[in-house]
Design a protein. Structure first.
Length: 149
């Protein structure tokens, strides 16, 4: 199972948003990691890197595509992440290739309606026939749905 993950806030990526329900999801996953789990992320500042750090801490394989030059909002992405560079420095190519190469994508958001890059991620995953699970703080996060998904 290869999952791409993004956590987004009302105004973009938020690395510190961890409501109690999201902590319960992390604990549930920690208690019983699915066989074959791999975390795919583009290594962007904040939540993308948090997902990679989570995987590395638990010995879960990780990877994904990042823009040429390992470009991120806060400077080059560290070499500790096992990411491959796309031919382009464009973020959109990275997003599409990660959506394409994942078995599914989970998007965590504060707002009920996705916009910007998060909406584009969902659109690209669907374009490539990949399932998408959008968990919104506005609607609560159904732990059972995450576990089953």
């Amino acid at each position: 199972m290869v999952l791409g993950a993004q956590v987004v806030g009302g105004h973009g990526v938020r690395s510190l948003w961890k409501p109690a329900s999201l902590r319960r999801i992390c604990k549930a996953v920690d208690d019983e990691l699915p066989a074959g789990l791999k975390i795919v992320s583009g290594g962007q500042t904040g939540a993308d890197q948090a997902a990679l750090d989570w995987a590395m801490k638990r010995g879960v394989p990780h990877g994904g595509w990042c823009p040429k030059g390992r470009r991120a909002e806060d400077g080059p992405i560290g070499g500790r992440y096992q990411l491959k560079e796309t031919p382009s420095s464009n973020y959109l190519q990275r997003t599409e290739w990660n959506a394409r190469d994942s078995d599914g994508t989970v998007v965590f958001s504060v707002a009920e309606v996705l916009t910007g890059g998060s909406k584009k991620t969902v659109d690209l995953a669907r374009k490539h026939g990949r399932p998408v699970l959008h968990l919104s703080k506005a609607n609560g996060i159904p732990i059972a749905e995450v576990a089953c998904w």
